[in-house]
Ligand binder design. Structure first.
Ligand code: ADE
Ligand code: ZN
Length: 337
C-alpha cells in the first residue's frame, strides 16, 4: 500500500450509496448457506467469484438477487451489516446511509421486521463500537409491480422512525420513477428524506422526473445528467447531490474505464458530487478503494479529495451537530498533510 493510498483510506468520509446486500462477500455467502442449509449453484467461492463479470446492470442484478437466497433470519441481516462495518472502519467511513431492498427478501418469505430490526441492531452497534453513525434507506424495486412496493410500504409506515429515507433502485431503463410518486409523497409527509437512482443506465429525463415527481433530496449515480445542459444547470443551482460510484460504473459498463469517467468534469461544472461504492463485494472495492482508484486514474489532489469528503458530509442526512463533527474531522485530516 502506498502512502497516498493509506492517506485516502484515512480521509474521514460518509458513504451515501451502499446497498447492504451488495456487501455480501463470497466467504459470507458460503458461511450463511451452511448455517441456513441453503443449496448454492456454485461449488466454492472461486466459482462464485468467477461469475463477477458483468456487461450491464441487469447481468449484475441477476447474480445479486440470487446470492440473497442465503439471507433468511434477523441474525443473518445483523451479521451482514456487522461484517460490512468491520470493512468500513478501515476505509475511513464515519457515517453510512445504507440501502436495503426489502421486496427482494419478503418475496422469498423473509419477515419484514427481521430484516429491519437485524440491520438496525448492527447500525446501533456500529455507533457504540466504532463511532460510525447512520441509518437505513428503504429502497423500492422499480422493476417490480407497484403493489409489491405498496405492501412493504404498508409495513414500513407503521414505524417510520426506523428509516432515514426512502429510495428507488433495480433495473432502470424502461422503468421511469413517476409511478412511485404517491408512495414518496406519503414518506415525505411522515418526515422521511427521499433519494432515487436515476441516470445510471437510464436517460436524463428520469433525473428530471425523480426531482419533479418524487421530490428527491439526492440523485443516486446521475452520471447521465451530463447529456443535458439544462439539467446540469438545475442540479448546480439547487445543489442537488449526486452519489457517484466510479468502480460500479466501470464494472457495469456505464463508462469504458476509470480514466474516461467524467467525475472531474462533474466537479468542474460545480455539481455536488460524492464518491461511493454501491455494491463493493461485487465491484472490486469499498468507498476508500474508490478514492484510491480515482487517484490512480486522475491523480486526486488532497484538496479535491477533501472536497469530495466534505460533499459527502454535507449531502448526508446526519444532524447538523454530527455534520459539524464530521467536517471538523475532515479539516484535521487536511491540516495533517
Ligand atoms: N441495486 C443494487 N445495486 C444497484 C445499482 N447499481 N443500480 C440499481 N439498482 C441496484
Ligand atoms: Zn446503487
Amino acid at each position: 500500500m502506498t502512502a497516498v493510498s493509506t492517506r485516502l483510506l484515512q480521509l474521514p468520509k460518509a458513504e451515501l450509496h451502499l446497498h447492504i446486500e451488495g456487501t455480501l462477500e463470497p466467504g459470507l455467502v458460503f458461511a450463511l448457506a451452511r448455517r441456513n442449509g441453503v443449496d448454492l449453484p456454485y461449488r466454492d467461492e472461486a466459482e462464485l467469484r468467477g461469475k463477477y463479470s458483468f456487461n450491464n446492470l441487469q447481468s449484475f442484478l441477476d447474480l445479486y438477487y440470487d446470492c440473497m437466497a442465503v439471507l433468511t433470519t434477523r441474525q443473518d441481516f445483523a451479521d451482514l451489516a456487522r461484517s460490512y462495518y468491520g470493512k468500513a472502519r478501515e476505509q475511513g467511513v464515519r457515517h453510512v446511509e445504507m440501502f436495503f431492498d426489502p421486496q427482494a427478501h419478503v418475496r422469498r418469505g423473509v419477515d419484514f421486521d427481521d430484516i429491519v430490526d437485524g440491520l438496525n441492531q448492527a447500525i446501533a452497534e456500529a455507533w457504540t463500537d466504532h463511532g460510525i453513525s447512520g441509518g437505513l434507506i428503504l429502497s423500492f424495486l422499480r422493476d417490480e409491480p407497484l403493489e409489491s412496493a405498496e405492501s412493504v410500504w404498508d409495513r414500513a409506515k407503521e414505524r417510520p422512525e426506523r428509516f432515514i429515507a426512502v429510495g428507488l433502485d433495480s433495473a432502470e431503463a424502461g422503468f421511469p420513477p413517476a409511478r412511485f410518486g404517491p408512495i414518496f409523497a406519503q414518506a415525505r409527509a411522515l418526515g422521511l428524506n427521499a433519494v432515487a437512482h436515476a441516470g445510471e443506465e437510464g436517460p436524463p429525463s428520469y433525473i428530471w422526473e425523480a426531482l419533479d415527481e418524487l421530490n428527491v433530496d439526492r440523485i443516486d449515480h446521475g452520471i447521465r445528467a451530463l447529456e443535458d445542459d439544462d439539467l446540469v444547470r438545475r442540479l448546480v443551482r439547487e445543489a442537488i447531490p449526486l452519489t457517484v460510484c466510479p468502480l460500479s460504473n466501470v464494472r457495469l459498463g456505464c463508462v469504458p474505464d476509470l480514466a474516461s469517467h467524467r467525475l472531474p468534469e462533474m466537479l468542474a461544472k460545480g455539481l455536488v458530487v460524492t464518491v461511493n461504492s454501491d455494491d463493493p463485494a461485487y465491484f472490486g472495492g469499498y468507498v476508500g478503494d474508490n478514492f484510491v482508484a480515482l487517484d490512480a486514474a486522475f491523480g486526486l489532489d488532497e484538496a479535491t479529495a477533501a472536497r469530495l469528503a466534505r460533499n459527502s458530509v454535507l449531502a448526508s442526512f446526519a444532524t447538523s451537530d454530527r455534520k459539524n463533527e464530521l467536517m471538523a474531522l475532515v479539516d484535521s485530516w487536511e491540516a495533517q498533510a
